[in-house]
Write a protein of this length. Structure first.
Length: 585
């Protein structure tokens, strides 16, 4: 009897350790956690430290799902499609309101302690959570205070002094006098942009960044309006957007703005950049690697920004919608918040410049989180702004070209996610040695693209004498970029929630133009396209074997295969094989 009592006590104790308060009998303490680029072998990683604490406390197992920053959304949705939602998901302000509207994450206040304390400090980032993650009275992500990041301009004070710019005319002094504007940023940048080597080419730029959409935010607006309730609408017609894009156009034409991140990212240290726009946490890295004296200032205001606010962003952790273990997910999130906070505080005290630390609380008094407008247009933002930066088109031209696609993306992002339907898929193999297979690829918009014709290749036009899909086009008549065909999805279709390997041979029949390439892509509609793949073509006659991949098709139904060319004339595609990635088929 005594032994039975002891056994009962031990069992009760074990249950008390493993089961947090409120846990249901169906929940398992074994959970999955996803944060891109986490290193499970690094014991100093806060995610790993939280894992160790969790496993010791609950007896459960934490599986860290691996992935990079490029397959963000597809990783989350792939697990949902398989009926096994990830329990804990790292997320950012720029993922909302889409993550809320689509239902990728669920309310978490029932499972997460939203008043955690570390060393006597309340560490929850309520300001960021209220602005970014709160909808209909519920929180969909939990954030710690040290994830509340503001954007800052880091500038080379030593370099400015060498160029004869006194402290009173440098950015921080201008900011303190209420004169830190685009006009004064431009004047400084022009003066600091130079050909320092005498080669005849600029090798030092006055200002640089990679976050080009920040120009709109500096002017007090954004490309999408978000009412805070999850409702989004396109804002391209806002005069402040026009001003921002015009200023960006002027900056590139005058030559003082560098947007190539290969140059900009370490330009301050190499003295190839005088002013650099980044998050405040980058200041410590740049300071460590620079021999010059650096200084820091909030972002300047554009002419349309009548009430300047400081641009912030934040991140946090949510519980996957449909998670089978929400109570345990909440417990891990609390450990995670605490470990990240302790790690960030230690790094700040050790490495951050005092000036940046001093700015933190002051800037937070007027914080604005424009990242919540990014989620709908993130897939086209670089291409849209690239029309101005790299292509040299006027802002009005870029807006006209991208308005239909942007509107379609916002409409799609504003709809709740459909119930995931994973259709069957079998490997597709086409040699195009008969008219039937050729008919699977009809000409796209034949009334607009008069030069485009599709036919079966014969004779010397074939690839290795095995047929081929002959695509006739003329870029001098129909423009640089021509979509020749989108497959008939009744016969050739990819389906959602899979990753694909695409193999084919291609041969140009006529010499193409400069910088020519053939492109292939999965195409659902204007708002849903995946896997932009290109193959450079420099001459005619050579058969090139191409292997490409299409990932992240996050929708139901059948999706066509788009084929076209940039600066291309006639070419042939043959031996086309579409298989599931790594399927062995």
């Amino acid at each position: 009897m005594k032994q039975m009592k002891i056994a009962a006590i031990l069992v009760a104790a074990a249950i008390a350790v493993v089961c947090p308060a409120g846990v249901t009998a169906k929940e398992s303490s074994d959970i999955t956690v996803f944060r891109p680029a986490v290193n499970p072998r690094n014991p100093k990683d806060p995610m790993v430290r939280a894992k160790v604490r969790y496993e010791k406390e609950t007896g459960g197992k934490v599986t860290l799902i691996l992935g990079d920053w490029g397959n963000w959304q597809s990783k989350v949705l792939t697990y949902m499609a398989a009926g096994n939602p990830i329990d804990v998901i790292f997320t950012r302000d720029a993922d909302f309101p889409k993550f809320y509207i689509k239902g990728y994450v669920q309310p978490l206040e029932k499972y997460v302690n939203l008043d955690p304390v570390v060393d006597g400090v309340h560490i929850i980032n309520k300001q960021g959570m209220d602005n970014c993650f709160r909808y209909n009275g519920h929180y969909y992500a939990a954030s710690h205070t040290t994830s509340n990041h503001y954007w800052v301009i880091i500038y080379n004070k030593t370099l400015m002094e060498e160029e004869g710019i006194p402290g009173s005319q440098q950015p921080l002094a201008l900011y303190q006098k209420g004169q830190w504007t685009w006009d004064n940023l431009r004047k400084l940048a022009i003066k600091l942009t130079k050909d320092t080597s005498g080669s005849g080419t600029i090798d030092r730029w006055g200002f640089g960044n990679w976050w080009t959409q920040g120009f709109a935010y500096m002017n007090g607006t954004s490309f999408v309006k978000n009412d805070g309730k999850g409702n989004m609408s396109l804002n391209f017609e806002d005069q402040r957007i026009q001003e921002a894009l015009s200023f960006l156009e002027q900056a590139k034409k005058e030559g003082w703005y560098q947007q190539d991140n290969n140059i900009a990212k370490d330009g301050i240290q190499k003295r190839t950049l005088a002013m650099f726009m980044e998050r405040e946490y980058m200041a410590s890295t740049i300071l460590k690697d620079s021999r010059d004296e650096l200084a820091y200032v909030p972002l300047p205001a554009g002419p349309g920004n009548r009430n300047p606010q400081n641009i912030f962003e934040c991140d946090g952790y949510g519980i996957g919608n449909g998670s089978k273990n929400p109570t345990y997910a909440g417990k891990y999130i609390n450990y995670c918040l605490e470990e990240w906070y302790k790690d960030d505080i230690a790094n700040r005290r050790k490495t951050w410049p005092q000036e940046v630390l001093d700015m933190t609380s002051d800037m937070a008094k007027k914080a604005w989180y424009p990242g919540t407008t990014d989620s709908a247009l993130v897939d086209i933002m670089n291409d849209f702004l690239g029309e101005i930066i790299w292509t040299g088109n006027a802002p009005s031209t870029a807006i006209a070209a991208y308005t239909p696609k942007a509107a379609a993306l916002i409409a799609d992002a504003s709809k709740p996610m459909e119930k995931i339907e994973r259709l069957p898929f079998k490997t597709i193999s086409l040699k195009f040695n008969n008219e039937r297979e050729v008919s699977y690829f009809p000409a796209y918009e034949p009334d607009k693209q008069k030069s485009v014709k599709l036919s079966q290749a014969t004779g010397k036009d074939t690839i290795d004498g095995k047929g081929g899909l002959k695509i006739s086009m003329d870029y001098t008549k129909d423009g640089q970029d021509i979509t020749a065909t989108i497959s008939d999805t009744k016969n050739v279709a990819l389906v959602g929630w899979r990753e694909y390997k695409i193999d084919f041979d291609v041969k140009a029949l006529k010499k193409p133009g400069d910088g020519a390439y053939v492109f292939i892509q999965a195409f659902g509609d204007d708002a849903n396209q995946w896997g932009w793949n290109t193959q450079n073509i420099s001459d005619a006659g050579e058969v090139i074997h191409v292997t490409k991949y299409i990932t992240g098709i996050l929708r139901n139904g059948k999706i066509g295969l788009k084929i076209g060319g940039h600066n291309m004339n006639d070419f042939v595609v043959g031996n086309l094989v579409i298989s599931e990635k790594d399927s062995g088929k």
